[in-house]
Ligand binder design. Structure first.
Ligand code: DC
Length: 210
């Protein structure tokens, strides 16, 4: 029996990892999990219920709320991303979300997971690991353009400060920080188009599997 194909795609905010992971899933015919959505779902449940994002106890209580439907537009908001980054630093929150991600990674069909720790903690045994990144200025510019396209009035400097703060928090937390796994393949999307990034990701995975 062939081993199922498991692909882990990690990287910082606005690196393009989500787009790349979805495209890899479509290309290889695998189910896809955006693990950041789990943290966002907990963050949104906490905010809606009026909980304190600085309280580990309350964040863990929010983990017990059912998942917010993935099409809820608030999940993608900046404030939810910010709170998701804060509560993801709590070990008890990470532990509460571990089983769901491990089960997804263990499916017989194989899977693609994207996030901050899928190659290091959730699926260290993945057949192919990508670490998708771009300079902080390029990632902030992408996020700024997305926000402007949605009709939001924002300043580029503010977006840059937010992305820097998120990078710092996600990379320096004690539990499962954002780091490139030793056996991950680096993909810098800074100078690539969306289609170019996807083609490069497929080529890297194909090369790893060959
Ligand atoms: O990828 P994203 O912006 O949707 O993720 C939101 C936050 O969730 C991110 O800033 C850190 C946290 N996160 C995490 O700690 N581990 C993951 N595997 C995915 C996301």
């Amino acid at each position: 029996m062939n081993h199922p194909l498991l692909i882990a795609v990690d990287g910082p905010a606005a690196s393009g990892k989500g787009t790349i992971a979805r495209a890899l899933a479509a290309h290889f015919g695998l189910p896809h999990m955006d693990t950041g959505m789990l943290y966002r779902s907990v963050a949104l449940a906490l905010l809606r219920w009026g909980g304190d994002p600085a309280s580990e106890f309350e964040a863990v209580r929010a983990c017990k709320a059912g998942l917010v439907p993935p099409n809820d537009p608030e999940l993608r908001s900046e404030i939810v991303g910010e709170v998701a980054s804060r509560i993801s630093g709590f070990s008890a929150v990470r532990a509460a979300l571990l089983g769901r991600q491990g089960d997804f990674a263990g499916q017989e069909s194989g899977a693609v997971l994207d996030g901050r720790d899928t190659g290091t903690v959730i699926a260290p045994h993945a057949n192919a690991k990508l670490f998708v990144t771009a300079s902080v200025e390029i990632r902030a510019r992408r996020r700024f353009d997305e926000l402007v396209a949605c009709g939001k009035s924002v300043h580029f400097e503010e977006v840059l400060i937010d992305i820097r703060a998120r990078d710092e928090r996600d990379s320096t937390r004690a539990d499962a920080p954002l780091v490139m796994a030793e056996d991950a393949m680096l993909l810098d999307t800074g100078k690539l188009s969306v289609d170019g990034s996807i083609a490069a990701a497929i080529a890297l995975v194909d090369a790893r599997l060959a």
